[in-house]
Design a protein around this ligand. Structure first.
Ligand code: ADP
Ligand code: MG
Length: 474
C-alpha cells in the first residue's frame, strides 16, 4: 500500500464519519483496515467474520460510494477477515509472563496457574465462548481506589455457588477504554469456571450476535437459546457493539430469562446503561436495575503498581531487563491514558533492551514513550450533570429544564443545557431530546443554533457558557 492510498483512506474515513456519525463510526469502522487498491478494487480487512458480514450488508454501498467520491476508478470493495496475527516475540514474552509478579515463587505459581487455566480455556471455547487471555485473572488485577468497588463485586460474583441467591444482578461495569473492564470480566470467567460447579460463559457482544446469526442460518436458533439459558453466569463484554432490532430483542429475552431464573448476568460497556442509546428503554432499565459501577481513571499509584508488576513478570523470562525506579516512576507519571498504553510503553523498552542491547535509561524511556504521552483525555461529561450544573447556575430546578414550561427564565437555561449536551457529549440530537423530557430532535437543533448565534453577540452569555463548560470539564 502506498502512502497515497493511506491518505485517501484517511479522507474516506473522514467522510464516513461525517455521514454515519461518531457513534456508528466508532462502533463499526475503527477496526476496518485498508490492505491495498488494485485495478479499481479496494481490498480491506476486519478482525471478525461477524464484522465482515455486518459491514457488507449494512454499509456496503455507503462504503463504496465514499470510496468513489475519493477515487472515481473504484469499482468494488473486498472485505476479508484478517487472520489473528501471531504476536512478535517480545509481545509474546510479555504476554506469557503472566502474574505472580513480586512473588518469589513466580515460576511455580505461573506454571500451576497455567495448568489450571489451560483446560478451562479450551472447555470455554468449545462451548462457544469468546477467546480468553490467560493473563487477565484476579491475581493480576491491581486494586486501587478507582476500581475497588467493581473488583469487590466481581470477586463476589465469581465466588458465588450454584443455588445461592444472586445479589448483584445484573452486575454492570462501565468506563472508557483500557481501564480494566475486560480484565475484570475475564477474571470472573476464569475464577467462576475454576473450582465450583457453575458454568460461566464469556461472550463479546459481537460473538453473541454472531452466535445468533449463524444459529439462525443453520436453523439451530432454539438450541442456541437453550444453551445460553443453561449457563449459570453469562458475561457480556463491550455491549455497546450490540446493534440491530432483532439482536436487541434476543439479548433482551436472554437477559430477562436468565435473571428471572436467578442466574447471574455480568455486562461491560463504554457507557452507563442510561446512555446505551441503541437499546430500548426496557432493556436499559433492566440493566440499570442491578449494580452499576464505573471504573475510574487509573491513579498514579495504581499505574506505578501495574508497571512494577509487569516488569517483575517480564523479568522471569528476561532476567536482564532492568528498569530503574526513576524510569518506572516516569512512565507511571507520564503515561496516563490507560492500562494498554502502560503495557505498550514497557513492550517498547523491552524491545530496545532485548534487540538493541540498550540499557533502559531515562533518555531511552523519554524517547520511546513520547507519543504515548497525550494530553489528558477530556472527562466524560454526563447529560444529567450538565442539567444539574446549568440549573444550579441559573437558579432553576432540573425538572424545570425537563418540563414543558416556556417562560423566559427556563427557556434560555434549557437551551444552554442542550447546547452543552451537544458540544460536550457524543450524544445524538434525538437522544438529547429524549433526555430533555422527550423533546423532538428539531427542538434540540434549534436550541443549539440559537445559542451558537447568541454566543457571537451576547458577551455575558458567552461568559456564562464558558464558565459552565470549564466547570463541567474540570
Ligand atoms: P478495557 O476492557 O476497559 O478497555 P482492559 O481490561 O482491556 O480494558 O485493560 C487494558 C490493559 O490494562 C490490560 O492489559 C489490563 O490487564 C490492564 N489493566 C487495566 N486495569 C488493570 C488493573 N487494575 N490491574 C492490572 N492491570 C490492569
Ligand atoms: Mg475491553
Amino acid at each position: 500500500m502506498t502512502s497515497l492510498d493511506h491518505e485517501r483512506w484517511m479522507r474516506v474515513k473522514g467522510r464516513l464519519r461525517t455521514e454515519v456519525g461518531e457513534e456508528i463510526f466508532s462502533s463499526w469502522f475503527t477496526r476496518l483496515d485498508l490492505d491495498g487498491i488494485e485495478n479499481g478494487s479496494v481490498r480491506m480487512s476486519v478482525p471478525t467474520r461477524f464484522l465482515k458480514s455486518w459491514l457488507q450488508t449494512q454499509y456496503g454501498s455507503r462504503l463504496l460510494s465514499c470510496w468513489q467520491t475519493e477515487d472515481g476508478d473504484v469499482r468494488r470493495i473486498d472485505i476479508r477477515v484478517r487472520s489473528a496475527v501471531r504476536p512478535p516475540a517480545v509481545e509474546k514474552a510479555c504476554a506469557l509472563a503472566g502474574d505472580a509478579a513480586g512473588s518469589n515463587n513466580a515460576h511455580v505459581a505461573d506454571r500451576a496457574r497455567g495448568a489450571a487455566i489451560g483446560p478451562i480455556i479450551s472447555a470455554h471455547e468449545s462451548f462457544g465462548g469468546s477467546p480468553l487471555d490467560q493473563r487477565l485473572t484476579f491475581e493480576n488485577f491491581i486494586v486501587g481506589r478507582c476500581n475497588a468497588l467493581a473488583h469487590a463485586a466481581a470477586r463476589q460474583v465469581a465466588a458465588a455457588r450454584r443455588g445461592e441467591p444472586v445479589v448483584f444482578n445484573p452486575f454492570y461495569v462501565h468506563s472508557g477504554v483500557g481501564l480494566g473492564k475486560t480484565h475484570l470480566l475475564q477474571a470472573v470467567t476464569f475464577a467462576g469456571n475454576g473450582g465450583g460447579d457453575r458454568k460461566v460463559l464469556y461472550l463479546t457482544a459481537e460473538r453473541f450476535m454472531y452466535g445468533f446469526v449463524s444459529a439462525l442460518r443453520a436453523q439451530t436458533a432454539i438450541a442456541f437459546k437453550e444453551s445460553l439459558r443453561g449457563i449459570d453466569v453469562l458475561v457480556i463484554d463491550d455491549l455497546q457493539f450490540l446493534q440491530g432490532k432483532s439482536m436487541q430483542a434476543e439479548f433482551s429475552h436472554t437477559l430477562n430469562s436468565l435473571i428471572d431464573a436467578g442466574r447471574q448476568v455480568v455486562v461491560a460497556a463504554d457507557r452507563p446503561p442510561a446512555d446505551m442509546e441503541s437499546l430500548d428503554e426496557r432493556v436499559r432499565s433492566r440493566l440499570a436495575g442491578g449494580l452499576v459501577v464505573e471504573l475510574g481513571a487509573l491513579g498514579e499509584d495504581l499505574r506505578l503498581e501495574i508497571v512494577k508488576a509487569r516488569v517483575a513478570a517480564v523479568r522471569q523470562y528476561h532476567g536482564s531487563f532492568d528498569v530503574p525506579p526513576p524510569v518506572l516512576a516516569y512512565i507511571a507519571r507520564c503515561v496516563t491514558q490507560n492500562g494498554r498504553d502502560l503495557e505498550g510503553a514497557l513492550t517498547r523498552l523491552l524491545a530496545q533492551s532485548k534487540f538493541n542491547g540498550q540499557a533502559v535509561t531515562m533518555e531511552l524511556a523519554e524517547r520511546e514513550v513520547r507519543d504515548l504521552i497525550r494530553p489528558q483525555e477530556p472527562r466524560r461529561v454526563k447529560i444529567e450533570e450538565i442539567q444539574r450544573i446549568v440549573a444550579l447556575h441559573y437558579n432553576v430546578s432540573r425538572s424545570d429544564l425537563l418540563s414543558s414550561r416556556r417562560t423566559a427564565n427556563v427557556v434560555r437555561p434549557r437551551q444552554v443545557a442542550m447546547y452543552l449536551a451537544k458540544s460536550l457529549t457524543l450524544r445524538s440530537l434525538p437522544e438529547i431530546g429524549r433526555r430533555f423530557g422527550g423533546r423532538d430532535h428539531t427542538t434540540v437543533l434549534h436550541a443549539v443554533r440559537k445559542i451558537e448565534l447568541l454566543l457571537g453577540k451576547d458577551a455575558s452569555l458567552a461568559q456564562d457558557v464558558d464558565a459552565l463548560r470549564r466547570r463541567l470539564q474540570e
